[in-house]
Design a protein around this ligand. Structure first.
Ligand code: URA
Length: 222
């Protein structure tokens, strides 16, 4: 964003503030089409800089680190989770806690890929307090960054980990993840396969066999 745009935005924000809007409401009202508004760069490092400095939602107030995502930016497979947890917030890296260790095992043992060969990201890039589900307005602010990452990486397959990821990627708020998992869907020309979140697997180990089947499908499509 250039200085003129930034100044005119600030001016507009002050007007909203003088009308009694609060910090968070202002931004939501203004940003009907966040992606267009943000004018996101095609340059990966520039995008990353922008994301690391993001203050568009209230999660930026409580985060320790922004979790941009990590892996091969030319990856064929992209895993998308819900949002950073405590360990991810501490380290600035996605899926490095207990659920992350399980995800890494799945990638290595079933897909027979190194973790560095895939790309791992989340629906929101800052930790929701107490690991609550990200709020719709937080997702609305953050999702354009993820969509830009998907556009730049252009993976062959997206694995949506859990219902939050599935819902926000597809807009389907109704179908339970248990019904839709393993289906091969279309996401703007990219194959999207929903599966259970690794945290769910930690609580329900019997569901591991389902994820195993889903990952075999991913492997066959690579
Ligand atoms: N759970 C997620 O959804 N993402 C992470 O990065 C870690 C745990």
């Amino acid at each position: 964003m250039d200085d003129i745009k930034r100044a005119s935005l600030l001016k507009e924000l002050y007007i909203y503030k003088s009308l009694g809007y609060e910090y968070f409401k202002d931004i939501t009202v203004l940003m009907k089409n966040t992606e267009q508004f943000l004018n996101l760069p095609d340059d990966w490092e520039e995008l990353k800089r922008m994301v690391l400095n993001c203050r568009l939602c209230q999660l930026s107030k409580t985060r320790k680190n922004v979790v941009f995502g990590e892996g091969d930016i030319h990856a064929k497979v992209m895993f998308i989770g819900e949002g950073p947890g405590a360990t991810e917030d501490e380290t600035g890296r996605p899926f490095v806690g207990r659920a992350g260790q399980l995800l890494t095992k799945i990638i290595e043992n079933v897909l027979e890929l190194k973790r560095e060969q895939v790309y791992i990201a989340n629906i929101v890039k800052c930790r929701p307090p107490n690991n609550r589900v990200p709020l719709p307005q937080e997702v609305r602010m953050c999702k354009p960054f993820l969509l830009k990452q998907i556009e730049l990486i252009s993976p062959k397959i997206i694995v949506a980990l859990g219902s939050t990821s599935y819902r926000h990627l597809t807009g389907d708020n109704k179908t339970p993840i248990s019904k839709i998992r393993g289906e091969i869907l279309d996401f703007n020309g990219i194959k999207l396969i929903p599966t259970f979140h690794p945290s769910f697997l930690l609580r329900n180990p019997s569901a591991k066999k389902d994820v195993y089947q889903d990952m075999l499908k991913v492997k066959a499509m690579l």
